[in-house]
Ligand binder design. Structure first.
Ligand code: UTP
Length: 302
């Protein structure tokens, strides 16, 4: 029981990152030296995915180019003897992995984006990864952790994390019946509830393993919050028919769809980067040590 197909909905407008996302994809924003979508793809491949299905929209051609072979670039690097860089470029997509690109003509919501993947997914269980949720899974990538749960229970699994109650309005929030440590059966799921209406503080994050039943259910899902076809609403319909598990993953998530989350990811991945860690740590150390003094001298100038 391995999930062979991974869906990457990348057709959103990325309005929280304007103007950076006016003409280019949010998922191509780099964290240190790799675009967000490459982290997501690596996570899927490390969990066993062989077929990558991208749901794209306008201004997303760079994603297609990123995973395409770049003959001129590779020839140039080879000719100049830049072997390490050549390897870096060639490793973006390992051999044996297929990419499929499907256009979501209108950004009608995450549910609709997932529905667009139906012709490519067909009748098998599949995963969905939202690349703007960058997850450092510590010992094991988040999707690989979820795959273990899937192998044990054979049902849909959704990654979750506990959030401050005041933030529920930004997430799908679940009510669960505990099954084991960090694992529960979803009883109810609500899209972006006000804190006082939220069933818990357990929020859905951007990793899903789903059965293909979800497609039919999305088809009959009316537009919900924000006028969009919400995946959350289709999952609420699915729990009436099938077990859907909420899994609290181990690791740290960076909400790279928000500016602050994106900055945090760059700092923390920079501090772990083999080429940069030492110098960057020194730089940040000096910066923070001088921070208060800078502020004092600024105040003196006034
Ligand atoms: P978001 O809610 O983050 O929306 O979508 P967004 O448009 O990307 O960003 P903001 O809120 O305007 O800043 C969650 C995920 O669903 C995808 C997005 O690309 C993102 O990965 N999505 C959303 C689609 O593929 N299609 C849609 O119609 C909506």
């Amino acid at each position: 029981m391995r999930i062979r197909k991974a869906v990457f909905p990348v057709a959103g407008m990325g309005t929280r990152f304007l103007p950076a996302t006016k003409a280019s994809a949010k998922e191509m924003l780099p964290v240190v030296d790799k675009p967000l979508i490459q982290y997501a793809v690596q996570e899927a491949i490390s969990a066993g995915a062989e077929e990558l299905i991208f749901i794209t929209g306008r201004s997303k051609n760079s994603i297609m180019d990123h995973f395409d072979k770049a003959y001129e670039l590779e020839a140039e690097l080879a000719q100049k003897g830049k072997e390490a860089l050549l390897q870096t470029v060639q490793e973006i997509l390992p051999p044996g992995i297929t990419c499929i690109f499907i256009r979501q003509a209108e950004a009608l919501g995450l549910g609709h984006a997932v529905l667009c993947a139906w012709p490519a997914v067909g009748d098998e269980d599949f995963s969905v990864i939202l690349a703007d949720d960058l997850i450092d899974g510590r010992l094991r990538p988040c999707l690989a952790q979820m795959q273990r749960v899937y192998q044990e229970y054979g049902t849909s699994v959704i990654a979750c994390e506990r959030i401050p109650k005041e933030d529920t309005g930004s997430y799908g929030v679940v009510e669960v019946q505990p099954v084991g440590p960090g694992l529960g059966e979803i009883r109810r799921i609500v899209e972006k509830p006000k804190p006082e209406e939220a069933p818990s503080n357990i929020a859905v994050v951007g990793r899903y393993i789903l059965t293909p039943r979800i497609f039919k259910l999305i088809q009959s899902t009316p537009r919900g919050k924000g006028g969009e076809i919400q995946l959350t609403d289709a999952i609420q319909a699915m729990i009436q028919e099938q077990t859907v598990l909420a899994y609290e993953f181990e690791g740290t998530r960076y909400d790279c769809g928000s500016k602050l989350g994106y900055l945090k990811a760059n700092v923390e991945y920079g501090l772990k980067h083999p080429e940069l860690a030492t110098e960057f740590r020194d730089y940040l150390g000096n910066l923070t040590a001088n921070w208060g003094q800078g502020e004092k001298s600024d105040a003196r100038k006034k």
